[in-house]
Ligand binder design. Structure first.
Ligand code: BV8
Length: 229
């Protein structure tokens, strides 16, 4: 079975109603990264950070996967599909995708501030001050903040280097080391890019662009791949 590796960003969840980061009225228009998505912010004002992620978690319970997420799950009928996502939502899993690697964490999980190996599923959307881990430390969102290491980057690099087909969907490729994954793809591997504002990716040869939203572009590409031998 051919291996397809897919790198996704906020754009694939836009049509589900989740805001992207950098587009107009993106999340970063309202919140300064350094106020809500760094460890320093957590040390400075825990409640502000808790509120920021509680709001996004609450919204996640109100939205559903879209045609883009569903089509990727469909692709598993013919291919060995692995998704590497920068998204902290669970819409890929809810669409039925089996192999989802979260590079930047998961909104519905929390972890100990004392022992990062103590990770828990959060019951409901609200994480409060005083919610403690089994070692008595305050629980924090299980999210990779700016300036924090990206533990899953090694397996993501290995997957990208072994891809027979590589698909990039809805990411501005601004954040590293996630954006560097495209450069581990073999030169002989066809790359597909789906984004209404897609720009050519410097240094990549074998690339086909679908300059359209994921909701139409992903089903179109999946149909093509399901027909091709
Ligand atoms: C680290 C969790 C060191 C939080 C996130 C090299 C060069 C420059 C800077 C750096 C560098 N290396 C490191 C840095 C610093 C930094 C970084 O990259 N800064 C950027 C701002 C320049 N990186 C880090 O801090 C990383 N850590 O380096 O640690 C270290 C090393 C070892 C040991 C200790 C420390 C950590 C980065 C991870 C941060 N956490 N998320 C949260 O979610 O709250 S990043 C977050 O922002 C997302 O996860 C995602 O990665 C990024 C947003 O990007 P996108 O998803 O692409 O979204 P965006 O809005 O930008 O674009 C949307 C796209 O969709 C657009 O193209 C649009 O056209 C398209 N679109 C819109 N609608 C649709 C659509 N596409 C399809 N369909 C549609 N309908």
């Amino acid at each position: 079975m051919k291996r397809i590796v897919v790198l996704t960003g906020a754009g694939i969840s836009a049509e589900s109603g989740l805001r992207t980061f950098r587009d107009s009225n993106g999340l970063w228009e309202e919140h300064r990264i350094e106020d809500v998505a760094t460890y320093q912010a957590w040390q400075r004002n825990q409640q502000l950070v808790l509120d920021f992620y509680n709001q996004r978690r609450k919204q996640l319970y109100e939205v559903n996967p879209n045609a883009g997420h569903m089509a990727l799950a469909e692709l598993e009928k013919k291919y060995d599909v692995h998704i590497i996502t920068q998204n902290v939502d669970d819409l890929h899993e809810r669409a039925g995708s089996s192999n989802v690697l979260h590079l930047h964490g998961e909104l519905k999980k929390v972890r100990s501030t004392l022992d990062e190996n103590l990770v828990y599923e959060l019951d409901g959307w609200e994480l409060r001050k005083g919610d403690l881990c089994e070692k008595g430390s305050q629980l924090r969102p299980h999210i990779v903040w700016f300036g924090e290491a990206v533990p899953m980057i090694e397996p993501a690099i290995a997957l990208s280097a072994e891809a027979d087909i590589f698909i990039v969907i809805g990411t501005s490729l601004n954040v590293y080391p996630a954006a560097s994954l495209v450069y581990y793809v073999r030169n002989s591997t066809p790359v597909y890019l789906i984004d209404p504002n897609a720009e050519m990716i410097q240094g990549l040869k074998n690339i086909t662009i679908f300059r359209e939203p994921a909701g139409t572009g992903v089903p179109k590409l999946v149909n093509q791949l399901m027909k091709s031998n």
